[in-house]
Ligand binder design. Structure first.
Ligand code: GLC
Length: 672
């Protein structure tokens, strides 16, 4: 969910709460100095399992030599100099075993991706995210629907959590009971492997969640901890009384203030308070215990050998706990990501990481690598800010706040890639920073409040039909659930003109997401303009969580009309396919290039500029239902006066007055 909170708890230091531990205040987060000449300075003499060919062995050793410094430096940062060498050697051993077990097909994939390290940045990369059962029943069903995905141009398929969850409410599968098996109703590990191979043959990559902040209370580790096994108790953060939990709570936000308030849960079996950032049944694991790191490294390697291409590092921000902080994005999180990445580079370099860090915009970049971590952590991260600002622009019909906020984000490393999206399985948390709002004369709180009221449809003039998620009385913050079609007004549209206007707005929103650069990911059902699921609350375990409203089953009857532009489904699907095609032909949209914001000439029009070595890309977006003017002198200045729209092939709509006149919700993708 949207974990970013605008209203943080009052900023007391933990020492006010628990003077006894005052000295443990925020430890400075230094990146370790270059390695001294210790045993950790050079790779260990690893033995590979028997049967690995001499050529492969040479390759393996070359990779170890290449990645050992990243591995051991990450370990030093998280666990200290003394333990780093031995932990690193053990992880290399683990990687060696996985390397030896990796199939020939996947070894070829590794090679191809090492030769093409920008494979995620290609403008033809388009993603799709879905729950297996809601999209196609089970894993075999997904394989049967590849032609549908291919029609949309999908090359990256994110299947929502499908490893065996706990029974009953499992937070949509984010409470994993066993990482080594698949949910029985969806199929088996062999089915997963088979599907991965089918996807690869079709030119698609398989993306799965790796839930690594917590496990289900029913996971074997938790079961053993509850049975009194001290080794496994150490896998969790357990406290005998409220002292430490209260000290931490002083600076922790609440992720689910509504249905799971607080961050700790009393457990009778444990006779202790266990850390539960999310639901009570999701137990945070203790990453300061290196045994936990080893477990997850092994899980990652297993999934990689099944053919998984990208791992979505769920709730990655929360891995490291530090008293006196909000326990999000602590430096060790990045050190640990660096370690896991080095392990996968050694054993299975075809595998990439995606950070799910829904944090304040200014705190996002470290997940893609800043400073010493540049190029060493996740390959992909969600561009939450873009998503929020697209919806904000549409509601306010004004681009000034978005232009300021998006324009002031520092550039990401060129090797890292944004994952752009309009909707996903989670709610929208209105991550508008007070500083950004203030810079354009708005109040942050008032604007956020406007947004969640607007998208709930209870603001004058709003056609939206969303739902309020996790209203927080203390901070008066609300979040939003709803499908793209329901939020944008397609669900409520009655007349042909209203349908036309909402469909045009949806095309515009999709164009901003697809025209940004990075991998745009379509949330299942949005490609057909599916409305909220009116029966979402009726399914067992879903009643409290209105995110299920925007997780409808794919309506295959509706999909049958996707080629008929007189239907809503056909209109939305056709527009999207047109954008996907145009995008694939535009090298300017390569993910390495930064999107810049051009000066705002009309508050209703956002203009983006991408300077690619082959030429300039200019994206023009009228976010209002009115005609807007784009000054002729600016068009000339940007060098696109003679350009044609690369989506439709049409010439610029010049008016007789020497300016370009943009129809309601117009989009132009221009290149020099
Ligand atoms: C992520 C998921 C969300 C889930 C949470 C806990 O934020 O996107 O759906 O509730 O992690 O795993």
């Amino acid at each position: 969910p949207a974990l970013w909170r605008s209203g943080q708890p009052p900023c007391r230091t933990h020492a006010d709460v628990c003077p006894a531990i005052g000295k443990n205040a925020r430890v400075s987060a230094a990146v370790p100095p270059p390695l001294a000449a210790t045993s950790a300075a050079s790779p260990p003499p690893t033995s590979l399992p028997a049967g690995v060919s001499p050529d492969r062995e040479v390759m393996f050793r070359a990779r170890v030599a290449r990645w050992w410094p990243d591995l051991v430096n990450g370990l030093r940062m998280a666990y200290g100099d003394e333990r780093a060498g031995a932990l690193g050697a053990d992880l290399v051993e683990l990687a060696g075993a996985a390397f030896a077990a990796r199939s020939d097909r996947l070894h070829v994939r590794d090679l191809e991706r090492m030769l093409r390290p920008d494979w995620l940045q290609d403008p033809s990369m388009v993603g799709y995210a879905a729950y297996t059962e809601r999209f196609a029943g089970d894993l075999r069903g997904v394989a049967d629907h590849l032609p549908y995905l291919d029609e949309l141009g999908v090359r990256y398929l994110h299947l929502m959590p499908l490893l065996r969850p706990r029974e009953g409410d499992s937070d949509g599968g984010y409470a994993v009971a066993d990482y080594r098996s698949v949910r029985a109703d969806l199929g088996s590990m062999d089915d997963l492997e088979h599907l991965a191979a089918r996807l690869h043959d079709a030119g698609m990559s398989l993306v799965l969640d790796l839930v690594l902040n917590h496990v289900a209370r029913e996971h074997e580790w938790a079961v053993k901890a509850r049975a009194g096994d001290p080794t496994y108790r150490e896998y969790f953060h357990v406290f005998p009384d409220r002292d430490m939990p209260d000290a931490y709570e002083a600076t922790l936000p609440e992720v689910f203030p509504d249905f799971a308030p607080g961050n700790f849960t009393w457990d009778e079996d444990l006779q202790g308070w266990v850390w539960t950032t999310f639901n009570e049944f999701q137990w945070d694991v203790n990453w300061s215990n290196p045994a936990v790191l080893r477990e997850y490294a092994s899980i990652i390697l297993d999934l990689a050998n099944r053919g998984v291409d990208v791992l979505r590092l769920d709730a990655i921000a929360f891995l490291w706990k530090r008293l006196g902080t909000d326990c999000q994005g602590e430096p060790e999180v990045h050190a640990l990501t660096q370690v896991l990445r080095a392990v996968t580079r050694i054993a299975c370099p075809a595998v990439a990481f995606k950070a799910e860090a829904i944090v304040a915009p200014t705190k996002l970049l470290p997940y893609l690598g800043t400073g010493a971590y540049s190029g060493k952590v996740s390959d992909l991260a969600y561009h939450n800010s873009l998503m929020v600002h697209v919806w904000s622009m549409l509601a306010s019909q004004d681009v000034r706040l978005a232009a300021h906020a998006l324009g002031s984000l520092p550039p990401k490393p060129t090797t890292a890639t944004w994952l752009t999206y309009l909707r996903c399985h989670d709610d929208i948390g209105w991550a508008i920073m007070d500083e950004d709002a203030g810079a354009v004369g708005l109040s942050g709180h008032a604007h956020r409040s406007f947004l969640w009221h607007w998208y709930a449809g209870d603001h004058f003039g709003s056609p939206a039909r969303g739902l309020v998620f996790q209203y927080n009385r203390e901070t008066d913050d609300g979040r939003t659930s709803g499908t793209a079609a329901s939020l944008i007004g397609l669900q409520s549209a009655g007349s042909a003109a209203e349908v036309e206007s909402a469909a045009a707005a949806l095309r515009l929103a999709n164009a901003m997401v697809l025209g940004w650069g990075g991998i745009p990911v379509i949330w299942s059902g949005d490609e057909l303009g599916q409305p909220n699921d009116p029966r979402w609350a009726l399914e067992p375990g879903h009643g409290d969580d209105n995110r299920w409203a925007h997780r409808p089953r794919l309506d295959w009857e509706r999909a049958e009309h996707r080629h008929d532009r007189t239907t809503t489904a056909g209109r939305v699907f056709g527009d999207l396919v047109e954008l996907v095609r145009a995008r694939g032909s535009l090298v300017h949209l390569h993910g390495s290039v930064e999107t810049q914001i051009a000066p705002v000439d009309d508050p209703g029009v956002l203009v983006t500029v991408r300077e690619h070595p082959v030429g300039r890309f200019v994206g023009v977006y009228n976010v209002t239902p009115q005609w807007r003017m784009w000054p002729g002198w600016r068009v000339n200045e940007l060098g696109v006066a003679d350009a044609v729209d690369r989506i439709t092939g049409d010439a610029l709509p010049w008016g007789g007055d020497g300016n370009v006149w943009l129809p309601p919700f117009a989009v132009l993708w221009l290149t020099t």
